[in-house]
Design a protein around this ligand. Sequence first.
Ligand SMILES: Cc1cc2nc3c(=O)[nH]c(=O)nc-3n(C[C@H](O)[C@H](O)[C@H](O)COP(=O)(O)OP(=O)(O)OC[C@H]3O[C@@H](n4cnc5c(N)ncnc54)[C@H](O)[C@@H]3O)c2cc1C
Length: 388
Amino acid sequence: MNFSDDPTHSLIRSTAREIAEEYGPAYWREKEENGEFAQDYWDELAAADFHGLLLPEEYGGAEMGMQEMGIAMETLCAEGCGMAGTWYLVLTAGMAAVGIKEYGTEQQKETYLPDIAAGKRNFSIGITEAGAGTNTLNVATTAEKDGDEYVLNGEKAWITFSDRAENMIIVTRTTPRNEVEKGTDGISLLIIDMDDPNIEVSPIPKHAINYSKSCEVFLEDVRVPEENLLGEEGDGWWALVDMLNPERIGFAAAGTGIGKLAVDTAVDYANEREVFGAPIGTHQGVSFPITRAYAKMETAALMRQKAAWLYDQGKECGYETNVAKATAVEAGIEAVKQSMQAFGGWGYAKEYDVERWWREVNLTRLAPVTQQMAYNHISQQIGFPGSY
Ligand SMILES: Cc1cc2nc3c(=O)[nH]c(=O)nc-3n(C[C@H](O)[C@H](O)[C@H](O)COP(=O)(O)OP(=O)(O)OC[C@H]3O[C@@H](n4cnc5c(N)ncnc54)[C@H](O)[C@@H]3O)c2cc1C
């Protein structure tokens, strides 16, 4: 192991810090309140080559890995962007870029990857369905072959960016679950154009992160050319699993990133605010809960780095990404909760932002994988029987 400073990582940190200073808490408070997409921030990420971080140079990318992406995301989150540090990168620059890079045809790579790297194309990822929930193998959206096209019918829920994304990678069944030997068979991924008139998108009013919309998506007889199949027909499950590892690493970075942002803000406040003739930070009842959470975030961030290293080496990393995600989320939530406590009643005021970070960080225990599902995976790895 080598923990010496890597010049590339330092450069990514300093670039992310500069962006986060420009797009700081006041910017996100306004975007959240107005429910506006942050196009100028998105463009700034493109100018810094962050959308193409994971892509090969031949497609306009920076040819780096999840280690660098994790550092970029955590720094953006921690230095002022909060959840937006991960949110605006994880779906297109993370999942879609990885899926198309690893499983796309040459034509798909040429069509989509340079645009992703340039920040000109936004992808949504359509996995969740109300009827299937966490049990993705039960997705009921069908893609039936008709000549050289697939015809899609079904409903998706919570699909982030689907109101504005040009494309979606959608999880469908090309063979119904009751006709396959294993539940993982018969699932196929397709790249669809979102401007199809047979697609209807309806935003779900939500608790936080309102600088993007997450929507229900209804598909009725949507015709998709067969060349838009991503990977092999019926074998999409394994491509999806490969795309989920970067997502877990991204959410681990969000957990510790938002947590560190809240802690830094609370430390400043606790050094200034005096109630009984001394800064409140001198009371260990204030400082220790925050410090304990901070120490846990530090260890969770190390696990994220290990998971990213394994991922970048092409090694199996499902266990490590789940451990990193589960621990980073718990530590991050605790850090924001205790930081909010340090603000007393003012933690409830929008002007201090910590209430917004509280709303944001709580998403990380629900998505992309719930904490229970992450622990299901970990507990099976250490020998417990599975719960599904
Ligand atoms: C803001 C937001 C954005 C999102 N963006 C996207 C997106 O872009 N694309 C997308 O596809 N999805 C997206 N999602 C969906 C998200 O991934 C799901 O909500 C999540 O996976 C949980 O599914 P569910 O809500 O149906 O919960 P359910 O499956 O109904 O589960 C309910 C509860 O039961 C628990 N549970 C279920 N089974 C077990 C078990 N075997 N053991 C222990 N506990 C269990 C779950 O952990 C959960 O706590 C988003 C969600 C939100 C809130």
